[in-house]
Write a protein that binds this ligand. Structure first.
Ligand code: UDP
Length: 247
């Protein structure tokens, strides 16, 4: 099977898989019931790791960190590594749903506003005939509910757990319960249930291809502006690191 050595981008070990390679690797690990925490790391996530040591540790311990976003691919290439393509969290999620339907993996949806995961479930049942989505739980809960959420997931018999709480909350929740959770795949997927359920639009293909997905998200959700201020900082940090390495 394909083995890929991670590259380091600002301290984060990113595995430069292609989309197909990532899907193949995850399916292989799930088939062998290997616990697999997957993070699709965009520039924002890598920057969160710079100022949050707990999150940086999680990124370093995750089984698979994949290059999501034009920024991560650009940074990897700028630092001299071969990064074949972007592995966007949303696309990976859909590809894994297709695999789950074929391979009879059970799936659990955790996260998003009340009712959204159920709507995403219905949509996926149409898109992926035969898919077995064995449970849904919204992402608005108190600390006191954590135990019952883990139990609900474990009792469902899920093999794949998709968690949509946004970064870094979803990865922190998954890392905290990684050892107790029974599903093999543990993956954070941000706003993906909202997109599948039709609550949020994804950037048109031409904008994705032109690496402008961030601009589309900013246009649709201007409140993201503050969060996006880290992007130029990310570029500067990568360029500084590159010139430091070269000197
Ligand atoms: N969300 C949630 N619980 C929370 C905070 C957020 O379920 O306590 C959900 C929110 O409803 C949305 C998703 O998490 O569906 C976050 O989407 P966003 O696009 O902000 O995530 P990103 O991809 O940027 O990390």
């Amino acid at each position: 099977m394909n083995v890929i050595t991670p590259i380091k981008i600002l301290g984060v070990p990113v595995h430069p898989y292609t989309m197909n390679g990532a899907v193949e690797k995850i399916v292989e690990r799930v088939s062998q019931k290997q616990k697999t925490l997957v993070v699709t790391a965009n520039a924002e996530i890598i920057m969160m790791g710079q100022s949050d040591t707990e999150y940086m540790e999680i990124l370093n311990k995750a089984a698979l960190v994949l290059p999501d976003g034009a920024g991560t691919v650009w940074a990897g290439r700028k630092l001299g590594y071969e990064v074949p393509e972007r592995v966007a969290g949303y696309d990976l999620f859909l590809n894994l749903m297709a695999e789950a339907a074929q391979k009879n993996f059970n799936v659990f949806f955790f996260g998003a506003a009340p009712g959204v995961a159920e709507e995403a479930k219905q949509k996926c049942e149409t898109l992926y005939p035969g898919i077995s989505i064995v449970g849904c739980r919204n992402g608005y809960f108190k600390d006191a509910d954590n135990h019952s959420i883990v139990e609900e997931i474990n009792n469902s018999g899920a093999d794949l757990l998709f968690v949509a709480l946004g970064a870094p909350k979803q990865e922190k929740w998954l890392a905290k319960y990684e050892d107790t959770l029974k599903p093999s795949l543990l993956m954070g997927i941000g706003g993906s249930f909202d997109v599948v359920a039709g609550k949020m639009e994804r950037a048109p293909k031409w904008m994705q291809d032109a690496s402008l997905e961030w601009l589309f998200r900013l246009y649709k959700q201007p409140s993201r502006f503050r969060r996006m201020l880290v992007l130029p900082k990310f570029v500067i940090k990568v360029l500084r690191f590159k010139s430091y390495k070269a000197s």
